[in-house]
Design a protein around this ligand. Sequence first.
Ligand SMILES: *[C@@H]1O[C@H](CO)[C@@H](O)[C@H](O)[C@H]1NC(C)=O
Length: 311
Amino acid sequence: MVLARSLLVAASASLVVLPSQAVGTSELQSVLKNTHGGNEYGYPTDFTRGIMPIPVHSHNDYWRDIPFYTGISKGCISTEADVWLYNGTLYVGHDESSLTEQRTFETLYVNPILDVLKRQNPTSRFVTSPTKNGVFDTDTSQTLYFFIDVKTSGPETFQAAIDALEPLRERGYLTTLKDNKITKGPVTVIGTGNTPLDMVSPVTSRDYFFDAPLESLGDAKYSDLTGLVSPIASTNFEAAVGRLVSDALSEKQLDALRSQIQTAKSKGIGARYWGTPYFPIRKRNFVWRTLLEEGVTLLNADDLDAVAIYF
Ligand SMILES: *[C@@H]1O[C@H](CO)[C@@H](O)[C@H](O)[C@H]1NC(C)=O
């Protein structure tokens, strides 16, 4: 998907014979197949052309062939990086054994996100004031949720992540909180894992948020917590709702699910469940459908091809 346009241009550049001169070639089919790579068929923000955003979180995104890019090529509006801080550098990976010098927060996420946003926010004589388009060309107001899963010591690692986001901050690409008001930007940063709540909630002016525990939002500890701190809260599906014995939710499980989503909604918080069943497919799809019907903000998906087809 990412390479589609440059591939098309490369292929059409080698065509010398005009399609209309070929015997037996249907005219419209020729035009569709070969646009001669003409400038009139490309436009500045066509990098993510034709990709429809879907309410899906690309879970363990750094496992994909091309982290970040694969997820947006499927339309996922949410991505995730597990970050480890060593000697001042943030590395990305599932565990210590998978870390390398090359796979850093900067190379796999910050730089690629910045690159896409630069493409989606070009300057030209037609653009009269600076734009804040998101990564999706089909819906420029759609924010990209960016979950930063802190794996090493919370305070130091999350601070390093905040600092590493500076290039995005500098250009005004981050969703911000100021004067108790959220201003949506192309990227909404949400700290999870070891992210300390007290590095987020007391800070009145900031451009990062907190992934609260969805099933505990009713607890006294979180009574003051709203969407200003946690735009999306998450929990493990089995732990919070229960294990599905058949392809259906019991009355009790459905009640638990509804009450968790409602409690979140009443605080202006969206819901995400991870650890949903992925097999058999019938059960997986039943859970996805139920979660969407009940109003979750994001489905959590490991198999992006499957979830893209599902939508
Ligand atoms: C961190 O720095 C120390 C001291 O220079 C070095 O021994 C260690 O291997 C470094 N660790 C990593 C993960 O780079």
